[in-house]
Ligand binder design. Structure first.
Ligand code: SF4
Length: 222
């Protein structure tokens, strides 16, 4: 059975929608909305680990100018992929993940991106977050709440969860947030985290949800 939803959740979601409507859209959402390609969302997720969206977006576009399908991607050498995706963090490792994932997509899934968390997580470099983002923003299929560093930090600051890693946070949020909010939650909290609730020193003075936030563990703010 689900736990009780966080207090004022509907109000907080509605304020975040208003606050973030003029912010840049997080990269997975943007690619999902513009390209409707689960494969491109998947690859952008691999590229986005420990990398800012402003670097991930152009790197994804450079790579997709060279190859748009798993088959075409496999025809590129590791070096060519590395060159296209540089300067994303850990680019040599990510180039290897991309090739290994494409190989598996072809061998095990007929060249298509699978539609379940379990199958997606068998691909190289894909954990709960990337699998969830691919399902939601690639297929519009809402099976989980993807948690990145922003969601992790904000959910704890708001007191919605008391967790120390993204996987625990994902399951804890799924216990308390009603499913109707799952589609938007990652998108809203990532945009809020990139622009207002910064990890090191949040802009609490200009935050739309300040009156509902207990600011748990916030030591420094602006
Ligand atoms: S009040 Fe501060 S800590 Fe709370 S959500 Fe807003 S920016 Fe983040």
């Amino acid at each position: 059975m689900k736990n009780k939803a966080p207090k004022n959740l509907d109000k907080i979601i509605s304020l975040l929608k208003e606050e973030t409507k003029n912010f840049s859209v997080p990269i997975a959402t943007k690619i999902g909305a513009e390209d409707r390609s689960p494969f491109k969302v998947l690859i952008s997720c691999i590229l986005s680990l420990r990398t800012k969206d402003t670097t991930t977006g152009p790197a994804t576009e450079r790579l997709f100018r060279l190859a748009k399908t798993p088959e075409a991607m496999l025809k590129l050498s590791n070096k060519k992929i590395e060159k296209a995706i540089f300067p994303v963090g850990f680019y040599p490792t990510k180039a290897r993940y991309i090739r290994a994932s494409c190989r598996k997509l072809i061998d095990d899934f007929g060249g298509k991106v699978p539609k379940t968390m379990e199958e997606l997580k068998t691909l190289s470099g894909i954990g709960n977050k990337c699998a969830g983002l691919t399902l939601i923003y690639g297929y519009g299929k809402v099976d989980c709440i993807p948690v990145d560093a922003h969601v992790q930090v904000i959910a704890n600051r708001l007191g919605w969860v008391k967790t120390n890693n993204p996987d625990k946070t994902m399951y804890a949020l799924m216990e308390t947030i009603p499913k109707g909010h799952w589609f938007d939650l990652n998108n809203l909290l990532v945009a809020h985290g990139q622009n207002i609730c910064l990890t090191n020193s949040p802009f609490c003075s200009r935050c739309a949800i300040r009156r509902f936030c207990p600011r748990i563990s916030v030591k420094r703010s602006r």
